[in-house]
Design a protein around this ligand. Structure first.
Ligand code: UDP
Length: 147
C-alpha cells in the first residue's frame, strides 16, 4: 500500500486548519497511519527542501517552515501520492482551483497551507526525515474494501 508524507505548514496550523485538512483526507478514504505536531529543525527543513537550495525563495521558505508548529502526517492508500497532490491544488495559488485545499484557503504561494510528497522516492525520504519507524502504525479497517 502506498504511503505519503503530508504536512500542515505553520500558516495552516495558525489558521486552525488541521481538522479541516485531516477531515478531507479521511473522507476521501485514505488511512492515517502517523501524525504529530512538531517544530522542525533547520537541518530537517534544509534536507526537506534540498532541491530548492539556491533559489530566490529558499531562505524565506526555510525560515517560514521552521517558524512555528507544523502538523506532520503519514497517510496510506491506493494512489495516495498523486491523489493527495490533486486534493492539495497547484503550488502557485493563482493556479490552485477552488475545491482544492490551496484553492480554498491560500492567497499567497509562500503561505500555501500544505506540503505533500510528489513521488514514491520523496515520500520515503520525507517520512524518514520526520518520523521514526515506530511512529508509523499499521492497522486494517474493514471499510477499506468499500473505498
Ligand atoms: N515556493 C515559494 N515560491 C515559489 C515556489 C515555491 O514560496 O515561487 C514555496 C511554496 O511554499 C511551495 C514550496 O516552496 O509549496 C516548495 O515548492 P515546490 O515547487 O516543491 O511545491 P509543492 O511541492 O509544495 O507544491
Amino acid at each position: 500500500m502506498e504511503k505519503t508524507f503530508l504536512m500542515v505548514k505553520p500558516d495552516g496550523v495558525q489558521r486552525g486548519l488541521i481538522g479541516e485538512i485531516v477531515k478531507r483526507f479521511e473522507q476521501k478514504g485514505f488511512q492515517l497511519v502517523g501524525s504529530k505536531l512538531m517544530v522542525i529543525t533547520r537541518e530537517q527543513a534544509e534536507y526537506h527542501y534540498e532541491e530548492h537550495k539556491g533559489k530566490g525563495f529558499y531562505e524565506e521558505l526555510v525560515s517560514f517552515i521552521t517558524s512555528g508548529p507544523v502538523f506532520g502526517m503519514v497517510w496510506e492508500g491506493d494512489q495516495v501520492i498523486t491523489l493527495s497532490r490533486t486534493m492539495m491544488g497547484k503550488t502557485n495559488t493563482l493556479d490552485a482551483l477552488p475545491g482544492t485545499i490551496r484553492g480554498d484557503f491560500a492567497v499567497h504561494t509562500g503561505l500555501n497551507i500544505i506540503h505533500g510528497s510528489d513521488s514514491p522516492e520523496s515520500a520515503e525520504r520525507e517520512i524518514n526525515n520526520f518520523f521514526k519507524p515506530e511512529e508509523i502504525v499499521s492497522y486494517s479497517k474493514d471499510v477499506n474494501k468499500w473505498v
